[in-house]
Design a protein around this ligand. Structure first.
Ligand code: OAD
Length: 275
């Protein structure tokens, strides 16, 4: 009988949960200092004036990129994960603890900040559905390279060039742009949704498909918990009987939840050790 966060906490502390699927978005990284996309005022899409692009999403639009890649690379300079500008936060470490306890079936993230990897969530447990800066591909010949191979050129405000001597192509980090397909790994793992005991949805507006749709493919008796500032997606108008909303600042609600399940000290220790 699942109705509230307390009910969810109870099944966690009674070890009734085995296969947790985490579905995450930019809201889990705002406590690390990275703005999300759509929060009015602070979100990235409201703060792209200096890029002089025709509409905010153009920065991640593949057709626009082919015409004018500069705005994306200027942003990439800021976001490049291996620069160490940003560190994982409490939410990332909560997911890491789920993994340590053998409860994490998979984490699906839309984020491209690489903080999940930095928090020690192993790649096999991660589906970076909107891609990663960790690898990059030549848009002309398809030659693959390490993200770090193109870092220096991005930092020098130069377009990254293909390393193959005969190829004049430009290299693009393996970020999924609007107009591009999601990585194969995303589709490959979708069967996870049938094995999940519980879905934790964190810090996402659930605006972008096909990612947002995955939460509807779980069985009806699987509890879905939304940790978010706003009530979004099916939690607004198409709630299921076991849907629970933990509304508000994710750091506060997650800390409350961690208190309820008695993992407070463990997470504190992990953060001290890792940071
Ligand atoms: P959005 O910016 O669309 O949504 C972030 C959600 O997190 C919003 O509902 C916020 O209210 C919430 N939020 C932010 N900070 C929070 C906090 N401290 N506590 C609680 N909630 C908070 O970001 P995404 O859903 O991740 O695509 O956006 C999906 C995709 O759209 C992104 O992956 C990106 C973008 O175009 C690419 O990068 C390719």
């Amino acid at each position: 009988n699942i109705k509230s966060l307390q009910d969810i906490a109870k099944i966690f502390s009674e070890n009734q949960v085995k296969n947790v699927v985490v579905v995450a978005g930019a809201g889990i990284s705002t406590p690390s200092g990275i703005p999300d996309f759509r929060t009015p005022g602070t979100g990235l899409y409201d703060n792209l004036q200096q890029y002089q692009i025709p509409y905010p999403e153009a920065i991640f639009d593949i057709d626009y990129f082919h015409r004018n890649p500069k705005p994306f690379f200027t942003l990439a300079k800021e976001l490049f994960p291996s620069l160490g500008n940003y560190r994982p936060n409490y939410i990332h470490y909560f997911v890491r603890i789920l993994h340590e306890k053998g409860m994490l079936l998979r984490m699906y993230t839309q984020n491209i900040d690489g903080l999940e990897r930095l928090a020690g969530i192993p790649p096999s447990k991660l589906v970076e559905a909107h891609g990663t800066f960790a690898t990059a591909t030549c848009i002309l010949c398809g030659h693959k390279c390490d993200g770090d191979d193109i870092k220096d050129r991005i930092l020098d405000d130069k377009l990254p060039k293909c390393k193959k001597t005969s190829c004049p192509g430009m290299v693009k980090p393996d970020i999924v742009f609007f107009g591009e397909d999601l990585p194969r790994k995303f589709y490959y793992h979708l069967k996870d949704m049938l094995q999940a005991d519980i879905i934790l949805i964190m810090g996402t507006s659930l605006e972008v498909q096909p990612f947002a749709g995955i939460i509807d493919s779980v069985r009806w008796q699987v509890p879905r918990i939304l940790f978010n500032r706003d009530i979004v997606g099916p939690f607004r108008h198409q709630r299921r009987s076991k849907d629970v909303v933990a509304e508000g600042d994710i750091l506060e609600t997650m800390q409350k939840f961690v208190d309820m399940i008695g993992w407070k000290e463990e997470i504190k220790e992990l953060i001290v050790k890792s940071e």
